[in-house]
Design a protein around this ligand. Structure first.
Ligand code: MLT
Length: 312
């Protein structure tokens, strides 16, 4: 049989429904094993599908001489050495839209939890206590939400905040006035965003410009009642600066879904009762995972079939 077969390595856990188009093809061998643990001959791999756990470094790429495409089932491609991939002629695609709503919904859930101390109150009840006066919260109506980064997720968050009658201010150097008017939001400088936000939330990728952008200096300019969220990428908020800001009561609280090092090792971030955390699950819904897995599976298939890569 002369049928050319391709081997696709799925190195992180991905939705079965999303992978169905690959499974349906008899010219595709699909291997669902971690790249560092699999016994499959890595030189036979044509396509690599990943989420955020697998780090595609130059060293990893050296082991994959036949690799043609890397599909990231999600938005952030900061776990892939793009330059080294490009040098080898390997296409890198992502799924930029499939988890937008889930991520915005998770961020808004964290925002509400932060405003009303829900995780802390639940933990206290699990300890058998009934501490009604310890968990006084903050109403959202009329408060200012500062969104840093107004892409797909940032703008979905604005829609939800406006439904809660919050005022939305946005810092994003790429945002134009027409869109701001259409969405009923106010464009501000970075300085104004951090000084005026009752709640501040970051929705940028992790780049050289955004790494550590919420710094010691930024925290000093915030109000002592400010709460901050990061459901985007670990490292946008300087974690040491955050811990100091919480300890010195420069801000009132923080909610984090992402961390500089994942899985999280820095216990200081889970020991404060003013920091609430989740283990990078903003995109972990059935819907989002089906969306992103099927998007990258279909695109990887098309690419192996000779079509151009779309979300490259
Ligand atoms: C993303 O970049 O899409 C999210 O962080 C979800 C993930 O890492 O899988």
């Amino acid at each position: 049989n002369s049928l050319k077969t391709y081997t696709v390595l799925v190195s992180d856990k991905m939705s079965e429904v999303g992978l169905a188009p690959l499974e349906a093809r008899n010219d595709i061998d699909i291997v669902k094993e971690n790249i560092h643990e699999t016994t499959v001959d890595l030189t036979t791999i044509d396509a690599l599908l990943i989420r955020s756990a697998t780090k595609v470094t130059e060293e990893v790429l050296c082991k994959l001489p036949n690799l043609k495409i890397i599909g990231r089932a999600g938005v952030g491609v900061d776990n892939i050495d793009i330059e080294a991939s490009t040098k080898r002629g390997i296409a890198v695609i992502n799924a930029p839209e499939g988890n937008t709503i889930s991520t915005a919904e998770h961020t808004f859930s964290m925002l509400c939890s932060l405003a009303r101390n829900i995780p802390q109150a639940h933990a206290s009840m699990c300890d058998g206590k009934w501490e009604r006066s310890s968990f006084q919260g903050m109403e959202l109506r009329g408060k200012t939400l500062a969104i840093i980064g107004y892409g797909r997720i940032g703008s979905e968050l604005a829609t939800r905040a406006k439904a809660f009658q919050m005022d939305v201010i946005v810092y994003d150097p790429y945002l134009n006035q027409r869109l701001a008017d259409k969405h009923g939001i106010t464009i501000v400088s970075f300085q104004e965003a951090i000084e005026n936000g009752d709640i501040i939330t970051v929705h940028t990728p992790l780049t050289n410009e955004t790494k550590g952008m919420i710094s010691y200096d930024a925290f000093k300019k915030m109000k002592p009642t400010t709460r901050i969220l990061n459901c985007a990428r670990g490292g946008i908020i300087d974690e040491n600066a955050l811990i100091e800001a919480i300890e010195k009561q420069q801000i009132a609280g923080a909610a984090l879904d992402v961390f500089t090092e994942e899985p999280l090792k820095d216990e200081r971030l889970t020991q404060s009762d003013r920091i609430i955390t989740t283990p990078h699950i903003a995109a972990s819904t059935k819907e989002a995972q089906e969306n992103v897995a099927s998007q990258v599976a279909n695109e990887a298939l098309n690419y192996l079939d000779g079509e151009p890569a779309i979300n490259a």
